[in-house]
Design a protein. Sequence first.
Length: 557
Amino acid sequence: MSLRTETVVVLGGWGLVGSAVCRRLLQERPQRLVITSLRREEAEHAVAELRPLAAETHLEARWGDIFVRSAWKERPRSELLSDPQARSALIEDILDELDDTRLRQSALYELLTDVRPSIVVDCINTATAIAYQDIYSAATTVRQLLQLGGSSSEPIERLLSSLYIPQLIRHVQILYHSLLAAGTRLYLKVGTTGTGGMGLNIPYTHSEERPSRVLLAKSAIAGAHSLLLFLMGRTPGAPIVKEVKPAAIIGWKRIAYDTVCFRGRPLMRVDLPPEHALELTDIFPSHPPAALRSFSEPLRSVFIDTGENGLFSRAEFETVTALGQMELITPEEIAEVVVREVLGGNTGHDIVAALDAAVLGPTYRGGALRHVARELLRQLEAEHHTEGVAFEMLGPPRLTKLLYEAHLLKRAFGSLQTVLEHTPEDLSVSLWNVLCRDSQLRSQILTIGLVILLPDGQHYLRGAEVKVPRAEEDVRCTPEALERWCEAGWIDLRPTNMARWHDRLRRMQQTSTDSASDTSSASGEARLHWAHLSTLDEGNLVAWILSYEEHGQRGKR
């Protein structure tokens, strides 16, 4: 695969791995390379460093926090959390449903739809970005507030804003839709194990218990992220998805004698002379002693810069990279694997491909025994003079609604062709007559929580419990709300819905007609479907709708 006509985005391109990936990509001469980082100066510095290597490649810098709205991308997260209005909106962005407005407000969506890259290499350590918000500290603050009977909502809102899994899910949702909207063909994630490849006995912590729960939270997020990418890779129509996951400490970016910084801030020198030594008592004070001397100069020393892991002294570096500890992998080795995967090579290091190879998919035996189970179910239905349609345990309510509507069509007409010979108005009346005559079927529908909307669209039947809408209080019924409820889970007997069934049944019939003259294996699935669709078999009808109308078909086996 050649990259000479391609646009590539490297998220986190200023970082240790990101910069190595950019250097390696430039050897392939992409048409355009867009380098992103959190801060403007980082992105522009990365472009300036790479320009001598760029040849004819157009380099471009972009910056900002991709995990928030575009309007907030240059505001520090601490500033957002200190702003009550922004904090409330941030919580909504994390926890509310993802709608089109929320999607388009995202900085990530804006970036990808503006650049429209064919390839995205994501070198941002997402697990660190999410897990190091430290939900444990936020939870402790809330517990203290509750114990003291405080009334402030800010600690609770901060806790909600730091929930790990909702943040990760929202990020992957936005990423998926953004990649589709941008027309991206390949997404490659440089992930993490969270522990440098070590196990639960990892001796490195942040002064917490061992193993560190904050560190394990990072690993948990990294693992959850990998599985969500695995699912994205199994989604028809999605870009090719790959992940490379280093399992050692990565180093290094530079070795220097310079100012020692922690989280971007210089460590300012302090000292406490021996003559001012403090006496140990039963209380250890939280504030520094009055005799502490502060210097107006930062700590300077020799260090090795390992990127996001920070600056290590010689002794620290020797310890963490020693045989039997985290050991070491270089960013150039990671970059080589990344680019080989981008070019279509098989490195053996793609996590998504490894999961695909390791999972147990559907089997020949399972397919054969499915037929046995179906026949046993039908025998029991005949013995007990009943038909099992749906119990609303598979979910969602829309699935149950479709199964019952299909069942009513089968009960009223018996075959697809007969349905098509009647008008939508005829269908409405016939299905309603079935429900009027069969009190047992009607009772079953109402018992499981579905609402039946009558053909006139003005009257309905309901039971004690209602699945849609889910509400403990009365809900205003507007024409718009009614349409949403019918779509989500009401059995809709109106002629307008019957016209939809007419349309989808015609499409099913057309699919079978198109493949009628084809007797090769290519027509096998269509023939398998049609064998049951023509008799209005509920399960096969709804499976067809889920697969072809709602694009919910399985992508891999």
